[in-house]
Design a protein around this ligand. Structure first.
Ligand SMILES: Nc1ncnc2c1ncn2[C@@H]1O[C@H](COP(=O)(O)OP(=O)(O)OP(=O)(O)O)[C@@H](O)[C@H]1O
Length: 583
């Protein structure tokens, strides 16, 4: 028996088996791709001009982000160093289970894709990549879940690029792959990764996102964008209105952060988009969190999907390198608490602070700058050009503070963030997971997260624990707070612009609170307005018309039960945003 066991688990045999399996998979993938090439060339190659095989490279116009990636040499070096560091840290610490020993080389990718991945400094695959890339390259529909910062972007972009290459897409064939992202910044980020992957290929890449000039986008779409990254609203706009946008050859649709994309405020657009796109295509849904809506969509619109959940069975849903705490702070002291925190770490750490509304983010940015706390801001009320430049500014910073709404919660890959502060609570555990996922990303990475709750909101911790999120309480030390309440109130009362901004922030904070989906925890009727006003630098609540839903008047929790099979307690998502648009 002992012998038999040894025989079965001999490392050589295991290795042989894996190698054999890999080469079988590789052969299958190549066969599959070849089949697709044979099956579909008509609709595609027929449109290709025979003589003019001009290599049209990267049709996307040069834009602001080019500047951020223009220092080619240092960037390459930095990346190689980073990848080496990631691997070493992973090995030293025993890793946190994100990396595998499987190499990208074993996938049998095209030389040009492989060359790009090498330039990015990656040799071994992460778990989601090792599990999702082979079935995706075989043309299967995939529903993929893996923790934040574990490399999902390459997991779908590598198969996308390989598909375009093997089917020999040219600009004339139009769009073969569409990647839909919920925020503009995430779309820009994914577009840049796609651009890097396509660097040595002839296929074209572009993006269409809200807030950018449509005309420029129309021009690149008409020229032909093979891999298109888009936000839902702007994509729908082009699908419906842009003559010359060829999408009938679409082969692969990816929804990144699928659970977010299927929420209420995107749902209508998504239904229309799906209706307009060709039906025979490969579809893939990715996110760190899933909801029953994603499952429903997978059931009705994916063909025999492969379900991949690399973190199934983990005791915690957040990353091991993440230290998570919460502090119970009386409403009236919240601002002083945040100021004390920022005074302590300002200039030493890279920090993201989450707010619930645009106006509140705007007010706090103005106030902090006024009192000489340097900070950046990203929220939905800003011009896109400013949002984009701020995004790249924060990417480059070693230390600094970014105040943001949930536009910063999903998918963004800011390097080396030390602290995530949730000054205003998230909508639910799912949103919590994505916000804290902006730190401790990748193998061996570390980071800290702090959630600020008022005594009335403490019950939220039970929801976090039920969703397998470990949080420890930090003591609230009132005596250590900066003693500046009177100074702040005076500052606001004497500065009319700040005062107007504070009033708007106060008002939207309350209406935002009222639209909260977990009414059992975040109940606007339990807010003490005098205390809330103090946290916006008012000695008494400003006289404003506040609309708060009456209790019993449709005022109930929209929380969706977390009991579907694929979700497995990841912190299910309630019904999504209500009338009040907060981003
Ligand atoms: N094979 C790899 N080896 C090392 N690092 C990698 C590998 N693949 C991706 N990365 C890096 O890991 C980081 C996180 O990747 P990515 O942004 O794709 O995560 P994600 O799973 O999409 O996260 P989120 O759920 O927050 O969107 C990126 O900086 C990326 O460059």
């Amino acid at each position: 028996m002992g012998n038999l066991d040894l025989e079965q688990h001999s490392p050589e045999k295991e290795e042989m088996k894996t190698k054999k399996k890999r080469s079988r998979d590789k052969a299958k993938i190549l066969k599959q791709l070849a089949k697709r090439e044979v099956k579909e060339p008509k609709s595609i190659t027929d449109e290709e001009p025979k003589k003019k095989k001009k290599k049209l490279k990267q049709v996307a116009t040069e834009d602001e982000e080019t500047e951020a990636i223009s220092d080619e040499e240092p960037k390459k070096k930095k990346k190689k160093k980073k990848a080496k560091q990631v691997e070493e840290e992973g090995e030293e610490s025993g890793g946190n289970g994100i990396m595998t020993n499987e190499t990208f080389e074993s996938l049998g990718l095209s030389d040009n894709t492989h060359k790009s991945i090498k330039e990015m400094g990656f040799a071994r695959m992460t778990q989601i990549q090792a599990k999702a890339i082979p079935p995706l390259m075989m043309g299967k529909d995939v529903l993929g879940a893996a923790r934040t910062g574990s490399g999902k972007t390459l997991a779908f972009l590598i198969p996308a690029v390989e598909l375009l290459y093997h089917v020999r897409f040219t600009p004339r064939n139009g769009t073969g792959v569409i990647v839909i992202c919920p925020t503009r910044e995430l779309a820009i980020q994914s577009y840049l990764v796609a651009k890097e992957l396509l660097k040595f290929h002839s296929q074209t890449v572009g993006k269409v996102i809200g807030g950018e000039p449509r005309k420029k986008e129309v021009e690149i779409l008409v020229k032909g964008v093979n891999l298109l990254v888009a936000t839902p609203g702007r994509l729908l706009d082009h699908l419906e209105n842009t003559d010359g946008f060829v999408f009938k050859n679409l082969k692969f649709l990816v929804m990144d952060e699928a659970d977010r994309i299927l929420e209420q405020n995107f749902e209508e657009d998504m239904k229309k988009i799906i209706k307009l796109l060709p039906k025979t295509r490969q579809t893939s849904l990715f996110s760190a969190t899933q909801t029953s809506k994603v499952e429903d969509l997978a059931r009705v619109s994916l063909t025999s999907p492969v379900y991949i959940d690399v973190d199934e069975g983990r005791k915690e849903v957040t990353n091991e390198g993440l230290e998570q705490g919460y502090c119970v702070v009386p409403s009236a002291k919240r601002l002083l608490f945040l100021l004390t925190f920022l005074k302590t770490f300002h200039g030493k750490k890279k920090i993201m602070v989450f707010f619930s509304t645009c106006k509140s983010t705007k007010f706090h940015t103005e106030l902090f700058r006024y009192i000489k706390i340097d900070c950046l801001a990203i929220h939905g009320g800003m011009e896109q050009s400013k949002r984009t430049s701020t995004f790249f500014q924060f990417v480059k910073l070693e230390t600094g503070v970014l105040l943001c709404t949930n536009v910063g919660a999903r998918g963004l890959d800011f390097p080396r963030v030390d602290w995530i502060v949730q000054y205003d609570p998230p909508d639910d555990p799912t949103e919590y997971i994505h916000r804290v996922g902006r730190t401790a990303r990748g193998e061996g990475a570390k980071g800290k997260a702090l959630l600020v709750l008022t005594p009335a909101e403490l019950q939220f911790i039970q929801y976090l624990k039920a969703a397998k999120i470990p949080v420890e309480e930090h003591e609230f030390e009132e005596e250590k707070l900066l003693n500046v309440q009177a100074f702040l109130e005076k500052t606001i009362s004497e500065n009319s612009a700040l005062s107007v901004s504070a009033k708007e922030a106060y008002k939207t904070y309350i209406s935002g609170y009222d639209s909260h989906s977990m009414k059992d925890v975040f109940n606007a009727h339990r807010l003490d307005l005098k205390e809330v006003a103090a946290s916006f630098c008012f000695s008494s609540p400003p006289k404003l018309l506040l609309k708060i839903h009456r209790e019993g008047d449709g005022y109930r929790s929209k929380r969706e039960p977390v009991n579907n099979k694929f979700n497995r307690g990841r912190g299910g998502r309630p019904g999504g945003k209500t009338k009040f648009e907060r981003y």
